[in-house]
Design a protein around this ligand. Structure first.
Ligand code: ATP
Length: 136
């Protein structure tokens, strides 16, 4: 089966690179599946999981990304994200602490100086990381 090269890149450097048969991401417009031969495009991404299907492998690779952009070119897919972690690199305890912290802040309705959008995004990042590790 045909494959396409996929790179996931952050400001700290590359996180993932492989030839895959299909990549599925969560774009702002909805779930997006890219196969080799897809027309060139750019799409903004949500906080979500990137699922990468490799030939001959039953299990897909999973990468948690915190938003960013997907760029499809004829020979390559690039995902540029503010942060991205492969499932095996996620620190579950850290994500659980971040989730608890965000939930606590959300409950703290009295604190007027809380930026709820920021807290909500922190919660989404933590839940997304946990979902990639299968702990949520
Ligand atoms: P925290 O509050 O735990 O720092 P965060 O969502 O605010 O979480 P980010 O700002 O998204 O963290 O990421 C900062 C850096 O830390 C990035 O390089 C990111 O990949 C890494 N990172 C964040 N959480 C985890 C985690 N649970 N496991 C591994 N790396 C993580």
């Amino acid at each position: 089966m045909e494959t396409i090269k996929v790179s996931v890149v952050t400001p700290d450097g590359p996180v993932y690179e492989s030839d895959v048969e299909m990549v599925i991401t969560k774009a702002q417009s909805g779930e997006l599946g890219i196969l080799p031969g897809h027309i060139p495009m750019v799409a903004p991404l949500e906080i979500g999981v990137v699922r990468l299907f490799k030939s001959g492998s039953k299990e897909e690779d999973l990468v948690a990304v915190s938003g960013g952009f997907l760029e499809v070119r004829t020979d390559k897919v690039t995902i540029l994200a503010q942060s991205a972690e492969r499932a095996e690199d996620i620190d579950v305890e850290r994500a659980l602490r971040a989730k608890e912290r965000a939930e606590q802040r959300m409950q703290d309705q009295k604190a007027e100086d809380i930026d709820f959008r920021r807290v909500e995004l922190a919660l989404q990042r933590a839940v997304n990381r946990l979902s990639v590790t299968g702990k949520q």
